[in-house]
Design a protein around this ligand. Structure first.
Ligand code: APR
Length: 187
């Protein structure tokens, strides 16, 4: 599924984030940038030690990456130049600021990519795995935040992708995008 928002193509597709041929992919990291399972595990496994080395340097220099913030490293052996590491919130009860932190993770990832003159970027579904953020709610926040950033920064990217790991997750994001389109009528 694909829409154009303020000159940028927004695409939803099923796939593996580590195979995306874009300039940057986004990692669903932890605050210590230690690597992990899920997206984090796959990116470090395929990307190789250069990514972990840069994460170690960032950890030493600035203590890691706070929830909702983003840092950038090399893409290592991945088919992408950069990895933007962001940290989504762990879902607790929904009234601990989780929505804002998830939105910040998407927004700050786009911001750091724009700063590095990146023109194509792929996101996973941040916080909806180990961090247990409810999928429908996460999809709405992700799409709303990306839309807001693109309307504020017309043509800042050629393409923004959200890469969903399963068909069922892709369907949830498609439904959320249809709801957004109905609400907005036009971008
Ligand atoms: N490509 C695309 N999506 C993937 C991939 C992949 N290779 N692997 C998993 N996913 C999907 C999951 O199905 C889920 O929908 O990415 C989404 C995010 O899941 P997680 O990777 O568990 O990320 P998150 O929920 O943000 O938890 C982050 O998990 O791996 C640790 O170190 C990481 O502590 C951090 C936490």
């Amino acid at each position: 599924m694909e829409v154009t928002i303020a000159g940028t193509k927004l695409k939803l597709l099923k796939g593996d984030i580590t195979t995306q041929k874009v300039e940057a992919i986004v990692n669903a990291a932890n605050t210590g940038l230690w690597g992990g399972s899920g997206v984090d595990g796959a990116i470090h496994r395929v990307g190789g030690p250069a990514i972990a080395e840069e994460c170690r340097r960032i950890r030493e220099e600035q203590g890691g990456c706070p929830t909702g913030q983003a840092v950038i490293t090399t893409g290592g052996l991945l088919p992408t130049c950069y990895v933007v590491h962001t940290v989504g919130p762990i879902w607790r009860s929904g009234d601990q600021g989780e929505d804002k932190l998830l939105s910040d993770a998407y927004y700050n990832s786009l911001k750091i990519a724009q700063k590095n003159k990146i023109k194509s970027i792929a996101f996973p579904s941040i916080s909806t795995g180990a961090y247990r953020f409810p999928l429908e709610r996460a999809a709405r926040i992700a799409l709303d935040t990306i839309k807001t950033f693109l309307l504020q920064n017309p043509s800042s990217f050629n393409e923004v992708r959200i890469v969903l790991y399963t068909t069922s997750i892709l369907e949830i994001y498609k439904k959320a995008l249809m709801n957004l389109l109905e609400k907005e009528q036009s971008f």
